[in-house]
Each structure stands twice: as structure tokens, then as C-alpha cells.
Design a protein around this ligand. Structure first.
Ligand code: AMP
Length: 449
């Protein structure tokens, strides 16, 4: 029996149409993931669903495949927009996740005449209008932009049969509840609702009680918490040596792709700039970048033109990179939960991966929170900082201040041996930056060209 027939056998037991099965086969999946196994039959049967699943578990296919199956009777090759009303609405918290979910819908619906498009904020609303006017059965959207289109009368939601809330916990965290309520009021009462969330908080349960009818609940094991296929480690380092430890770490692993997390937009921008000055191709994605800049950076990272991508937690939501070998926490996240999301970018779909956290003494408290959440303790190893880059003398704090500037890891560029171009001189963070608003500090850190 060849691999394809095994695929057919396993996915076909989920009662999916041969046209959908063909698209699955073409992606190369050999068997359904646990969340797919558990969710798909119930969704095909028309039940509401409350699923606890993190990104990386195969959750997108878990709702997209049965959604396509249920919409198949409406598939039509007719050109008339009237034959293509919005029948399924997928809401996501971020643009990145919306784009990614849409890509999955396109992949899995390749052989069926169902139309799909995606709308999100930060880009020209007019450019999104023609696809809506032509008619689409499946619309992937972020809540705010969807409401903009509703107000502009670019779409109607009165024929929606299936509503999917993806990463519902994030939507609530990001303050989308009022938007969600407005959207839900526009949908037919008679519909199927699927709620996917990484966590089941009280707020999520309340949301489910309000909008779901007698839902089936499915939970997948927190694969990341178990971390079977992700090698996790912690390297302790002095705050001011962090950047040099980072470059050394990247070099020591010899990987061609690394995703680096910072806590703030400012750090993300600094780290990316510094890496570039150290001869590594790097870019950053964070909330201050335009949508175009973020898409460009992501594409460059996915295609391998850029080897290091530096991201904040929000910007990285839903990021899906096949075979990502290494995730580095340059700074630990404020919420321990985010650690789980971060490291889940590697070791996806059964592949192995590595997650390393560079931790300074001020972050120990955060590390302990993460250990509590994961119910495990990490050995504290020392990070390697190349000789000549260690700070033997502590930076001198400005008069009247207790400590030196927080970002003084930025002070001395690291030039790896073999770097193609010499690092340019970087200005040292002036102690005058302490207590200044972020924008002013950013200006003080600007690279001298
Ligand atoms: P998600 O949790 O939806 O973000 O999916 C995580 C990754 O798993 C994506 O790269 C999918 O393409 C991949 N994936 C989804 N379903 C399967 C499957 N049944 N077998 C292997 N990989 C899968």
C-alpha cells in the first residue's frame, strides 16, 4: 500500500468529499491530527463546537475541511454574484492570522468551485471591494475591517450559515468583544458556530454560553506544554551582554532560519538593526510597521532571503513557517502563556525544533512563572558571550539614577568572523535616555551612518 492510499484511508474515514481529499493528499499530510480527528465529524454533522487548540495543532484544517464539506452543495461555477453569498465567516484577531487562514482555505478548496477572500485593516479598503462585490462563499476577516465593509455596504451577512471564531481568546484580549457583538447581531440566528481558543478562560466560557448552542467540547493535549518534540533550554546572561550572546547562539546552531522574540516594538527594531549590522540578514515585524512592510518581511523570511525575523508577541500571532528549526526568546514575555505560543512556532506538525531563552537576572521572575505554567524546571546554563564582548565593568548609571540604561546591550556591535561587511559604528545609548518617552529614546539610539 503506498503512502497516498494510506492518506485516503485515514482522512476518508472522516467522510470528506473526494475533491477535498485530493487537496489534502496534495499537501502531503499522511493522517489527521488529533484535533482534526476529534472535531471534523462533529462539524460535518452540523454541531456547534468549542475547541481548545493552539496554533501548530492543525486547527485551521480542523475547521476548514468540514466547513468546505458543508458548503459543497452550494458550490457553483456561475459567474453571477447572487449565486455566491457569504455562507461562512471566519474571524481572526490579527491580519497575519487572517492571511494565513485564507491561504489554507485556498489550498484545501483548490478543487471545488467555492470562492474565498480575506479582508483586514491597515490596507486600502477599496482594493478589497471588487472581490466582495463579485461574491464569495467564504470570507476570512478581522473584526474591525469587516465592520468597515458592512458600513460601506460592500457585503451582507444575512446568509451566513457557519461562523468560526479563531483564536477567540486573543480576540477578547485585544478588546474585540464590542465588535464581535455587533457582528453577531448581523448574523442569522440559525447557524453553526465554531469557537477555537488556546485557553478556556471564564470569559471564553461566557462567550460560548452566549453564542453557541449545545456545543461539543474538544480539547487537545497542550502539545507545547509537554514539549516532546521541542528542545527547550534557558541560558543565563548579563543584561548588557545579551545581544552578543544572541549572535553567538545563532552562529553556534548553524541554522538557516531563526525567529527571535522581544517584548517591545522598540527592542524588536533594535535587535533586527543590530543583527543586520553584525552581518546577518534580519528584519522585524511589530505593530509600528505597515501591513505591506510586515508582509514583505514575512515573505522574505519564508523564502529564506532573510534568515532572522525579530517579532513581538502580537505581530507573530498565527505565524506559520514550515520546518522552522529555532526560536529564541531574546526577552521573556510578560504573560507566561505567550511563552507557549512562541515556542509553538517550531516543532510543528511533528517536526523537531529548538527553543532557547536568553534570560537576565531581572527576568528570573518571569522564568519562574513559565516554569509554573509548564510544571517543569529548566537548568540554568550560562550563555556563551565571545571574549572581548563581555562587560567586565558595569555600565555607570547617570547621576541620580539607580541603574544604567536598560538597553545597553545595544552599545557595542558584534562582528562575527567571516561577516561580509564590517559593522558600522553604533552610537552608545546616552544615559540621558533614562526616563524619556520611547520615541525620544529611539531617536537617541539611532545608528550613525
Ligand atoms: P495550524 O495549527 O492550523 O496552524 O497548523 C499547523 C501546521 O500543521 C500547518 O503548517 C499545517 O499545514 C500543518 N498540518 C495541518 N494538518 C496536518 C496534518 N494532518 N498532517 C501534517 N501537517 C498538518
Amino acid at each position: 500500500m503506498d503512502e497516498n492510499s494510506v492518506t485516503k484511508l485515514l482522512f476518508s474515514s472522516l467522510a470528506l468529499d473526494p475533491l477535498i481529499l485530493r487537496a489534502i493528499e496534495e499537501t502531503g499530510y499522511t493522517e489527521p491530527t488529533p484535533i482534526q480527528d476529534q472535531a471534523i465529524p462533529h462539524v460535518i454533522a452540523g454541531r456547534d463546537l468549542m475547541a481548545m487548540a493552539q496554533t501548530g495543532t492543525g486547527k485551521t484544517a480542523a475547521f476548514t475541511l468540514p466547513m468546505l464539506q458543508r458548503l459543497l452543495p452550494h458550490a457553483s461555477t456561475s459567474a453571477s454574484p447572487a449565486r455566491h453569498p457569504i455562507r461562512a465567516l471566519v474571524l481572526t484577531p490579527t491580519r497575519e492570522l487572517a492571511i494565513q487562514v485564507h491561504e489554507s482555505v485556498v489550498t484545501y478548496s483548490k478543487h471545488v468551485p467555492l470562492r474565498t477572500t480575506v479582508v483586514y485593516g491597515g490596507t486600502d479598503i477599496k482594493a478589497q471591494k471588487p472581490a466582495l462585490m463579485n461574491g464569495v462563499e467564504i470570507l476570512v476577516a478581522t473584526p474591525g475591517r469587516l465592520l468597515d465593509h458592512v458600513e460601506s455596504r460592500n457585503l451582507q451577512l444575512n446568509q451566513v450559515q457557519i461562523l468560526i471564531l479563531d483564536e477567540a481568546d486573543r480576540m477578547l484580549d485585544m478588546g474585540f468583544m464590542p465588535d464581535l457583538k455587533r457582528i453577531l447581531a448581523l448574523l442569522p440566528k440559525q447557524r453553526q458556530t465554531l469557537l477555537f481558543s488556546a485557553t478556556f478562560s471564564e470569559d471564553i466560557k461566557k462567550l460560548a454560553q452566549e453564542f453557541l448552542v449545545d456545543p461539543i467540547t474538544v480539547e487537545t493535549a497542550r502539545r507545547n506544554a509537554a514539549g516532546e518534540n521541542i528542545k527547550q533550554s534557558v541560558l543565563m546572561v548579563n543584561h548588557h551582554d545579551k545581544f552578543h550572546a544572541l549572535v553567538e547562539l545563532i552562529r553556534s546552531r548553524g541554522v538557516n532560519q531563526v525567529l527571535i522574540f522581544t517584548r517591545t516594538k522598540l527592542s524588536a527594531a533594535h535587535v533586527a538593526k543590530q543583527l543586520a549590522h553584525s552581518g546577518l540578514t534580519a528584519d522585524a515585524i511589530h505593530g509600528d510597521k505597515t501591513q505591506q512592510e510586515r508582509i514583505k518581511a514575512l515573505d522574505a523570511f519564508k523564502s529564506g532571503t532573510v534568515m532572522a525575523l525579530v517579532a513581538t508577541d502580537v505581530a507573530a500571532r498565527g505565524l506559520d513557517i514550515d520546518q522552522l528549526p529555532l526560536v529564541i526568546n531574546f526577552e521573556l514575555p510578560t504573560h507566561a502563556e505567550d511563552y507557549v505560543h512562541r515556542i509553538g512556532r517550531t516543532g510543528r506538525a511533528g517536526a523537531s525544533g529548538e527553543a532557547v531563552s536568553l534570560v537576565d537576572s531581572e527576568e528570573e521572575r518571569r522564568l519562574v512563572e513559565i516554569e509554573k505554567l509548564l510544571n517543569r524546571k529548566f537548568p540554568r546554563e550560562a550563555a556563551v558571550v565571545p571574549s572581548g564582548y563581555q562587560r567586565s565593568v558595569k555600565p555607570v548609571p547617570a547621576r541620580g539614577h539607580k541603574s544604567a540604561p536598560a538597553d545597553d546591550w545595544f552599545s557595542k556591535p558584534y562582528v562575527p568572523s567571516g561577516a561580509s561587511k564590517p559593522a558600522e559604528e553604533i552610537s552608545v545609548a546616552p544615559v540621558a535616555s533614562i526616563g524619556k518617552p520611547k520615541q525620544q529614546v529611539a531617536a537617541l539610539f539611532r545608528i550613525r551612518n
